[in-house]
Design a protein. Structure first.
Length: 94
């Protein structure tokens, strides 16, 4: 995730990987949509509904939190997967 560079910073920031793939951070999307559902449940449900494949349509990154030693999981989702007219477009619904 450190290799991402921001290329658009509108409602949801769009990043570009070192391979030129446009992606969004699932947490940014969840926050922008103001979903009332907790992030973990929301993102897993949305990705499952559209049969998204890990390491193909999205990647998960585990981050150790220093304050409480918990692990936070970030989801980096390919922009084309997040915006095509298929079940993942439900991500636009809270």
């Amino acid at each position: 995730m450190a290799d991402l560079k921001i290329i658009e910073n509108e409602l949801v920031p769009v990043y570009e990987t070192d391979k030129g793939v446009k992606v969004v951070n699932g947490r940014d999307l969840h926050r922008a949509l103001e979903s009332k559902q907790d992030f973990s449940t929301w993102v897993k449900k949305r990705l499952s509904e559209c049969d998204a494949v890990e390491n193909e349509d999205f990647d998960r990154f585990h981050k150790k939190m220093e304050a409480n030693n918990a692990t936070m999981i970030d989801y980096i989702i390919k922009l084309d997967r997040a915006t095509l007219p298929h079940p993942l477009s439900k991500m636009l619904l809270p």
